[in-house]
Ligand binder design. Sequence first.
Ligand code: DC
Length: 218
Amino acid sequence: MADNTRGLVIAVDGTAASGKGTLAKHLARTYNLAHLDTGSLYRGVSIRLLRQGVKREIDPQLAALEASRIEIADLNDPALRSEDTSAMASLVASLPDVRAALMEYQRQFANQPPDDHKGAVLDGRDIGTIILPNADFKFFCDAAPEIRAERRYKELLLAGETAIYADVLDAIKERDHRDMTRQVAPLRPADDAIHIDTGEFTVDEMVARAVQIIASPD
Ligand code: DC
């Protein structure tokens, strides 16, 4: 199997809280791939802006500058998953100069994976369509907004944040809308992506399905 996984590059896209990150993490473990959660890049840029007192009015040049400064340490910031960061990330992600500044980082990660890994799995919104159109496998995860809101709500409570389910649901719907309708790199499945409705499966079933597809692609 080891030789079959040499240079394997997998794109996992999907809606917010669809389970794409969970799928990507499991695939990384299964095939010994480096994993990049690309949403954390946009979140990292947002934290940098929030810490400078930026609110909803974002200066695109400043945002692009901060995007060009993103480094590994930004991706481990404890504030990465907060609702403030999520809301700002969705705004930041609609700025073309920010996306351009982060594109190279993502491609470099896939082409030269860190820590001696031979391949990589990236999860995000535009990995299969824009960042890695030649990925070996592309998955697109989605589930009903109510299911995804429930998951995000529980995650927030577990992280010690106060959250109201109805607000989380509204925020998810707003983010979906913005991600799908933005001018640049809108969220959509690549034509050759394999769809996984993560509301229908347990994590183990979802991973097993993806592994089966990778093992016998036709
Ligand atoms: O997956 P996430 O919730 O961590 O993503 C945070 C935001 O970044 C979200 O609004 C979508 C955006 N994003 C994007 O536009 N493109 C990506 N490849 C990853 C995330």
